[in-house]
Ligand binder design. Structure first.
Ligand SMILES: [Cu+2]
Length: 156
């Protein structure tokens, strides 16, 4: 198992189930509505490596039915979802997006792992990925490439 080149802080908890006032809340009128996904906070630190990169984003499910991230694809290379378990990474399959909950990929926790890069993403560019969900189908996300040391403000 290869390690990320960028230093990461190891935190526990791959999934954060509860939202915390991210500012883009929407009235939820149906108790048992379908999964209703939105993606926020996507970024990729400019990779140090020529062949690998990590991506982070949050998937929010405003619906009343859970969904599942089954796979991720991108034209820049191969993408898998990784979770961090006991300070090492492992591939995660079929990751749940709970009803009225979130799937969070963040530095030190779960992340999107880009490997076999066909080109090295540079700061200011965007990387397009397709998130494939069991219920909601494919969601395309443009991930902006930030500086190698970028870390998002948490908004708390
Ligand atoms: Cu990884």
């Amino acid at each position: 198992m290869r390690r990320l080149v960028a230093p990461v802080t190891v935190l526990s908890g791959a999934l954060v189930l509860a939202g915390c006032g991210s500012g883009d809340t929407q009235a939820d009128s149906q108790a048992d509505s379908k999964a209703e996904l939105s993606v926020s906070g996507a970024y990729m630190p400019q990779p140090v490596s020529d062949s690998m990169a990590a991506g982070f984003l949050t998937v929010t499910n405003k619906g009343g039915t859970k969904d599942e991230l089954t796979s991720v694809t991108s034209d820049v290379g191969e993408v898998t979802a990784h979770e961090t378990v006991d300070a090492s990474m492992q591939e995660a399959k079929d990751i749940a997006v709970p009803a009225h909950g979130q799937l969070v990929f963040k530095s030190g926790g779960s992340h999107l792992m880009f490997e076999k890069l066909k080109r090295k993403p540079k700061q200011g560019e965007k990387v397009t990925v397709q998130l494939h969900f069991a219920e909601s189908g494919t969601v395309t996300v443009e991930i902006p490439v930030k500086s190698a040391t970028y870390s998002p403000k948490t908004g708390h």
